[in-house]
Design a protein around this ligand. Structure first.
Ligand SMILES: [Zn+2]
Length: 351
């Protein structure tokens, strides 16, 4: 299903590019700006099995993107500036904002040097457990377990099932199947399943954060860079919509308090973990507002329109997806045609 969706998106992007339709559509679709969503920025890795590759782009692609935006005369702004422009209804110039989820160390080591070349600001959304070294991005643990196994055993619907993971294609199919299933589970069942899988296949899940995510100590120095805004991304990276209201609220307030204490400055912006319709809806948008965040971003695809000012805690983003690192799609992404097509040409999606 995911592969099918990727194929459809890619075909759509290419059709838009090749037809030139994005240029014709631009005046009605482009909106006033875009908030780009990134995760990892790092050099391309070898290996046929990279199921999380959509979550990473290369420093070169980031550079091409920034050069494209600068050439278009688009302002590259902070989240504070996005918020201010929305509040003041100041849409005289188009803007782009770069946001990075999860707090990976490669943001500092590979993205920041490129951003610096263009004097471009960014925001990094930190999961407090990841910074603490006690949480773990389970989708990476799943990748590591499948990568090293020729078959994995999981309990599906209460029955132990063995899934072949011998070839790269089989690994990808197993990853897609398990990822979708795990995402639908309650938090502690998900944790239990992935922990069991890690134990069975010799993956040290506790090492993943230490290896990939910035620690509190590193974040303090990183946050001092004037180009960097640190935002919150919950305590545990759980699906907030799966939690009771009290727990969801705690994820938003306590996670932020821990980050503020560590970096010594206020945290005013939030990214919802997963951030799609199944993980962030009207209840979460209201909780973020009550918690006092100035903005909160989702992973719903879309450009920013003047109407977005009424929904600052339900802002859409445009994913810079590692599967589409082709300079030809940049005009399509910044025209808003791709996300508009996805949204059935609705401008605001905050329900
Ligand atoms: Zn995340």
């Amino acid at each position: 299903m995911k592969q099918f969706r990727n194929t459809v998106i890619r075909a759509g992007l290419e059709a838009l590019y090749l037809s030139g339709a994005h240029v014709l559509l631009r005046p009605i679709l482009s909106g006033v700006g875009a908030i780009f969503m990134l995760h990892h920025v790092r050099p391309r890795r070898d290996g046929a099995f990279q199921p999380n590759r959509h979550l990473e782009i290369t420093p070169e692609f980031l550079r091409v993107m920034l050069a494209h935006l600068r050439a278009q005369g688009i302002d590259i702004v902070t989240l504070d500036e996005v918020h201010q422009r929305l509040v003041e209804r100041n849409f005289s110039r188009r803007f782009a904002c770069f946001t990075f989820d999860d707090g990976y160390r490669d943001n500092r080591d590979f993205a920041l040097p490129v951003l610096r070349e263009f004097d471009a600001a960014c925001a990094v959304f930190v999961v407090s457990d990841f910074a603490e070294g006690k949480g773990w991005p389970w989708w990476i643990a799943l990748e590591m377990a499948i990568a090293r196994a020729s078959s994995v055993e999981v309990a599906i619907g209460g029955t132990a099932t063995r899934i072949n993971t011998a070839s790269a294609a089989a690994k990808q199919a197993a990853f897609d199947r398990l990822h979708e299933r795990l995402r639908s589970l309650p938090e502690h069942d998900l944790q239990r399943e992935v922990r069991a899988l890690c134990a069975r296949h010799g993956v040290d899940e506790s090492a993943i954060c230490r290896e990939l995510c910035m620690s509190w100590y590193e974040l303090k120095a990183f946050a001092a860079n004037p180009l960097v805004t640190i935002g919150a991304h919950s305590i545990t990276h759980c699906n907030l919509a799966h939690q009771c209201e009290a727990l969801a609220s705690k994820e938003l307030t306590q996670g932020r308090a821990l980050i503020e204490a560590a970096i010594g400055r206020p945290v005013l912006h939030l990214a919802y973990p997963y951030g799609d319709r199944g993980a962030a809806g009207p209840r979460e948008f209201a909780l973020a507002r009550t918690a006092g965040y100035k903005t909160a971003v989702t992973t719903r695809p879309g450009m920013i329109f003047p109407e977005s000012a009424e929904h600052p805690t339900a802002l859409p983003r445009v994913s810079l997806n590692g599967n589409y690192q082709d300079a030809r799609i940049l005009p399509v992404l910044t025209s808003g045609a791709a996300t508009a097509m996805w949204n059935g040409f609705r401008r605001v999606d905050a329900a």
